[in-house]
Design a protein around this ligand. Structure first.
Ligand code: ADP
Ligand code: MG
Length: 695
């Protein structure tokens, strides 16, 4: 960055927190786009991009005296550097660095290509890591920073230095400077959010000071304190938002009092082909109690893949029908709509109730819509076609949302608004850790279906290395000959130029004519015509297709109990929850099922996911691992709850803070429901910004 820009910064006037980052010097459209990749759009976003760690660069260790095992920060000149080749296609950069007291080795795995550029001899750098023994004393893959030798270096050494999470094209140096500039320019306009009484309780400073401290602290304790302050602030806002929404929902009027001992419900119960599990019984009676009461039901039923949630919904559906109400069940895919249509009809048709299916691409959509408006269609299962303007209900009394994590808040709200305060039952197979549940589902009642139908065996899961693929195909042939059915899942449907992922179509061609020649195979993906999809699924269900090649369209909900083998190509490309869902397509009958994860993991995280899946089958455990590995921002359902906006708080580390924030939010709202008090002005402003409170 040139000197002219430096001048520009100091001459610029204050900026407001909600200004775009492009008001900062050095941020043009390209930079703005890169920053957006970190979730940074406004100046406040930037300032709340808190360091993921700090390095104490006030004192440097002397290379002549470092000891093995110590965490040190050294500063020295590169005296030599080379690209060392290793086994396979790996390489590393090996540097010798020197200060006045001695020399050390510094290695960077996989960075051999930087040996003659970034790490070229003559450059000076700061290296931070744990001392090991390797060609003398060494640091392996340390955090590092090469110094430019200009005045700006003062930002990067001689103090406690922030280490930020980065993205492609955005360096530590750039972010540090940008954040420092932003700090200077927002002085005096930061504005308080957390009321003073709550701040003084724990001895927190004003927001302005805390922002400075969290980025450029004098001590590490100071940094911790400031971070805690922002985590609390963030969670307090989140909880306030949830509680306010809940208030709004609670005040929205009386719900329907459903009949829960009518003939359909009794008839349904009498014709179930299995006895309900205890877990199912319990949740069904809770749901029916909700429905019988005068308030509106807003309940989420959560239960691991395959635990049998559909039959729970079926009971609610029968109850609503008994009272003469219409029922709409919304599902995320056409395939699932067709499947549930057939499934529900299997139970309801014998009792005299037809089940309609509504998807935009089905030929009979118009007729179904007419029937829904007039009331002749009493039960409909559909995709998002249900929420289109053209879909009108005569008397909608129950909304069921299956795989609710696939839908956004607005989509659900739209469907609900098609009735007059219908009861709402949502279902998800994504178990969610308790800390997240209070947050994500803070506005709903939650029930968990515990346990599985009897006789289920845990799916055996193995990772198959590239070299063993031929063996796998031989094994699959044997299994197919023995009458087993197989899903083969690939991540993408068309070859993307940059992508090395095999497309499902190509894969299908290759295997059907090659290793699986003569086996009855079929192809399924989202872009097929609905009729073709339905035909393929029913052939698979009937056992006429032995190996089904598919994209992730079968990820959720699909239920073919006879299928026992799941093969997942490029398994490391999937998230943990998604892998668990996919695996949940098998192991739904009494037979031992298997899941094979193919391909080499490209990253450590990818491998960690595969390892987790091989060792765990319990969805709750996997969800917790997922949360640990990915953080809550990426979590299913997190987006809709505003959780992806969490920048500071960590729902695992800050679980106690979350509880505290929830309590405080409750107290604040009971004292001042509209946040009208002067000392709640900051909170109110934020709630308006989040759309929770009107001006
Ligand atoms: P999910 O909870 O994943 O939606 P489903 O509702 O699709 O699960 O049920 C999975 C399979 O288990 C279905 O084939 C269903 O018929 C069967 N099932 C459900 N409840 C029971 C039960 N109590 N006993 C035996 N099988 C059951
Ligand atoms: Mg289901």
């Amino acid at each position: 960055m040139g000197g002219s820009e430096q001048n520009k910064i100091t001459n610029d006037t204050d900026v407001s927190l909600d200004a775009s980052v492009t008001v900062l010097a050095g941020v043009g459209p390209k930079r703005a786009e890169q920053l957006a990749g970190l979730g940074i759009v406004t100046v406040e976003d930037l300032l709340l991009h808190l360091p993921r760690g700090y390095e104490d660069r006030r004192n440097f260790a002397t290379m002549g005296t470092v000891e093995v095992g110590a965490e040190v920060c050294i500063r020295g000149e590169v005296v030599s550097s080379r690209n060392q080749r290793m086994r396979g296609r790996q390489n590393m950069a090996v540097l010798k660095v020197r200060d006045e007291t001695g020399e050390m080795t510094v290695t960077f795995f996989g960075r051999g290509f930087m040996a003659k550029t970034v790490f070229a001899p003559g450059k000076t750098g700061v290296f931070f890591g744990k001392v090991e023994k390797y060609q003398g004393m060494a640091l392996k893959n340390p955090e590092y920073e090469m110094l430019a030798g200009d005045a700006e270096d003062a930002l990067h050494v001689g103090r406690i230095v922030p280490i930020y999470g980065l993205t492609e094209g955005v360096s530590q140096r750039f972010l540090r400077k940008l954040i420092m500039d932003a700090l200077d320019r927002v002085t005096g306009v930061v504005g308080e959010v957390v009321p003073e009484s709550l701040r003084t309780r724990v001895g927190w400073s004003n927001r302005d000071g805390a922002m400075r401290m969290v980025h450029y602290p004098e001590t590490l304790e100071e940094a911790q304190g400031a971070r805690a302050q922002f985590a609390y602030e963030e969670l307090l806002l989140l909880q306030l938002g949830i509680l306010i929404q809940r208030q709004v929902e609670a005040s929205r009027g009386a719900g329907i009092v459903h009949m829960v001992n009518g003939p359909l419900l009794v008839g349904l119960h009498g014709q179930l082909p299995f006895s309900l599990t205890e877990g199912q019984e319990r949740v069904i009676s809770t749901v029916l109690a909700d429905m019988a009461s005068a308030g509106s039901m807003i309940r989420l039923v959560q239960g691991d893949v395959g635990c049998g949630k559909t039959v729970v919904a079926l009971h609610a559906i029968a109850a609503a029908l008994d009272g003469g109400y219409q029922v709409a069940m919304m599902v995320p895919t056409e395939i699932l709509a067709e499947q549930h249509g057939v499934n529900l009809a299997g139970y309801l048709a014998p009792l005299g109730v037809e089940v309609a299916v509504l998807t935009s691409r089905r030929g009979d959509a118009k007729g179904v819509r007419t029937g829904l408006a007039s009331g002749t269609v009493r039960v409909v299962v559909g995709t998002q076609a249900l929420i289109q303007a053209g879909t009108v209900f005569g008397n909608l009394g129950l909304v069921v949302v299956d795989e609710q994590h696939r839908f956004g808040v607005e989509q659900r709200a739209k469907l609900v608004s098609k009735g007059h305060y219908p009861d709402v039952l949502q279902m998800t197979a994504t178990p969610i850790p308790r800390t997240l549940a209070i947050t994500v589902y803070g506005g709903m009642d939650v029930s968990v279906v515990r346990g599985m139908p009897p006789g289920r065996l845990p799916v055996k899961t193995r990772q198959i290395p590239e070299g063993k693929l031929d063996d796998l195909y031989v094994y699959l042939r044997e299994q197919v000959d023995a009458g087993q059915q197989v899903y083969m899942v690939c991540p993408v449907i068309e070859m993307n130029e940059e992508s090395v992922l095999r497309s499902v179509e190509e894969h299908f061609e290759e295997l059907s004519t090659g290793a699986l020649h003569g086996v009855s195979t079929a192809l399924l993906h989202g872009r097929m015509e609905p009729e073709d999809k339905a035909a393929v699924m029913s052939a698979f269900k009937a056992g006429d297709v032995a190996v089904l090649f598919s994209t992730t369209v079968i990820e959720v909900g699909v239920d073919v109990p006879a299928a026992t083998i799941m093969v997942i190509e490029n398994a490391d490309q999937f998230g943990l929850t998604q892998l668990h869902q996919l695996r949940g397509r098998v192991g739904r009958g009494g037979e031992q099922a298997y899941c094979f994860l193919l391909g080499q993991a490209r990253t450590d995280e990818g491998q960690a996911r595969l390892d987790t899946l091989c060792t765990h089958t319990d969805g709750f455990r996997i969800a917790e691992e997922d949360l640990l590995q990915r953080g809550p921002g990426e979590f299913y359902g997190a987006k809709q709850a505003g959780l992806s906006d969490l920048r500071v708080a960590d729902l695992i580390r800050d679980a106690a803070v979350l509880e505290e924030a929830r309590r405080d939010a409750g107290l604040i709202l009971s004292a001042d429901p509209g946040l009208k008090a002067k000392h709640h002005r900051g909170l109110r402003g934020r709630m308006v910004g989040m759309g929770r409170v009107r001006h």
